[in-house]
Design a protein around this ligand. Structure first.
Ligand code: HAM
Length: 452
């Protein structure tokens, strides 16, 4: 039986007629070749860098208990209060309970949940985990901002005895990011750094902010008036143009850090200086998630790098209390997530600006059978070459020679003509498009010719 709700939606009045094709949902998109080659290239480099720094991959579910994000990311954040895809999942059996589920809007909370659930802390070892995968936020879609987007992220966490709290971990993660962006060829990236202090520092700072906001909040936008009451720190990430001057005049968190947080931040900076990783300190960088403590950071790219106003390529920071917030043991940690969609847009825009194009890689060869009788032999030759590691496309014997040449020139570096003579003699005609050179090649030498 079709459940009522599904039944209703199937008969929804805007149901498309057969002439109006269905489209991808607003804020989602299909990634197609040749773009996907760049996505794979980026992921390959990221995996290689992460491996060199001792990270292993974690894959957590795409949906989780809604409570995980409410408790981890924070009820008052934009993510939790406005942007989550949440639904009531009905029980299907007596043994199941109805449950509120949410498509993950980010992956730090999920990783920390997995850390607690699998008692990874019991190993006593520092856990260095990375992930690559989609996240979901119901934001207003625009260039660089999607409702399904991809993140490549890492989390470093563990018991205090594993060194998880050390400022060296922060600096190492930041230095790794600098290396990754350089290896990917991202130009002009900038690192902005701040410390939001310990939970106690933040309490004192919150009180100071609340006090400073009280006499001026009525001059601010509605969102900021609400945040001034519920979570004053969030006022600092407001992008509302009319409120910027007032926000700049608010107390700075740096003046509320205790000695330990101050020393931690100084040590992070000293290690970055020693590695030659450049940064600027931005006192307003508190980040839009509630779990952050001490170090917070963002990497941005210059205007004209294809991101428009969405210039934050990645963001991250320390979250020393998150495990406890989720009911786990003390497990300080630090991590980041790169917006992969934004990274790809940046690489494409920067390549284009440099006069290049993300050139499509051509196949090694295109086999053109002369007549349908040659089709089986063409497939057999393709099998031989592909198994030898070459990339090969096979045409069709119904194609005229001209059509075969045109098709081959679009996708491959060489065309192999396979006529009756070629099949019987084992000597093939090969044309190289780049040089227009046409030669006869023994089948046994074909591999070497095509690689050239
Ligand atoms: P976040 O700043 O919310 O942090 O997201 C990280 C990055 O994901 C952003 O800098 C941006 O590049 C990308 N991003 C976010 N929303 C969208 C969107 N709607 N469309 C496209 N890209 C987007 C986090 O998610 C934290 N979990 C990062 C972290 C890991 N902190 C500690 N560990």
């Amino acid at each position: 039986m079709v459940p009522d709700s599904l039944h209703d939606s199937l008969h929804y009045k805007s149901m498309p007629t057969p002439t109006s094709p269905l489209k991808a949902v607003r804020g989602t998109r299909d990634l197609l070749p040749p773009d996907t080659a760049l996505w794979n290239h980026v992921e390959t480099i990221a995996r290689s860098v992460f491996a060199r720094y001792g990270f292993g991959e974690i894959r957590t579910p795409l949906f989780e208990d809604t409570q995980l994000f409410a408790r981890g990311v924070g009820e008052e954040t934009d993510i939790v209060s406005k942007e989550m895809y949440t639904w009531e999942d009905r029980a299907r059996a007596q043994s199941e309970k109805a449950q509120s589920l949410t498509l993950r809007p980010e992956n730090t909370a999920g990783v920390v949940r997995a850390y607690i659930e699998h008692k990874l802390g019991d190993t006593g070892q520092l856990q260095k985990l990375y992930y690559i995968g989609p996240q979901f936020r119901r934001e207003r879609p625009q260039r660089g901002r999607y409702r399904q987007f991809w993140q490549m992220g890492v989390e470093v966490l563990g018991p205090v005895s594993s060194g998880a709290e050390s400022p060296l971990r922060d600096a190492e993660v930041l230095e790794m990011l600098a290396t990754l962006l350089d290896e990917l060829g991202v130009k002009g990236w900038q690192l902005a750094l701040n410390s939001v202090g310990s939970t106690e520092d933040r309490k004192r700072y919150n009180a100071a902010l609340r006090e400073a906001l009280a006499p001026i909040k009525h001059q601010m936008c509605e969102d900021n008036q609400r945040r001034a009451e519920t979570n004053p720190l969030r006022v600092l990430d407001s992008k509302e143009p009319a409120d910027q001057a007032l926000i700049d005049g608010l107390p700075k968190i740096a003046d509320y850090l205790d000695e330990a947080s101050r020393a931690h931040f100084a040590a992070v900076r000293a290690a970055l200086d020693a590695c030659g990783v450049a940064y600027t300190v931005n006192p307003r960088l508190v980040r839009g998630l509630d779990y952050y403590t001490r170090t917070t950071f963002e990497f941005t790219v210059p205007d004209g790098s294809g991101l428009g106003t969405q210039n934050a390529l990645l963001g991250g920071g320390r979250y020393d209390g998150l495990s406890e917030m989720l009911g786990g043991p003390k497990a300080p940690g630090i991590g980041f997530a790169i917006g992969e969609d934004r990274l790809i847009l940046t690489l494409q825009a920067q390549t284009e600006a440099a006069g290049g194009s993300a050139a499509e890689k051509k196949l090694d060869a295109y086999i053109a059978p002369m007549g349908v009788e040659r089709n089986p032999a063409a497939l057999a030759l393709a099998r031989e070459l592909r198994r030898a590691g070459l990339s090969v496309e096979v045409g069709d014997g119904t194609f005229r020679l001209k059509k075969s040449f045109e098709a081959a020139d679009k996708v491959a570096r060489h065309i192999i003509i396979l006529g009756e003579d070629e099949v019987s003699s084992g000597i093939l005609t090969v044309k190289t498009f780049a040089t227009s050179e046409q030669i006869k090649v023994e089948r046994t030498n074909l591999n070497a010719t095509l690689r050239g």
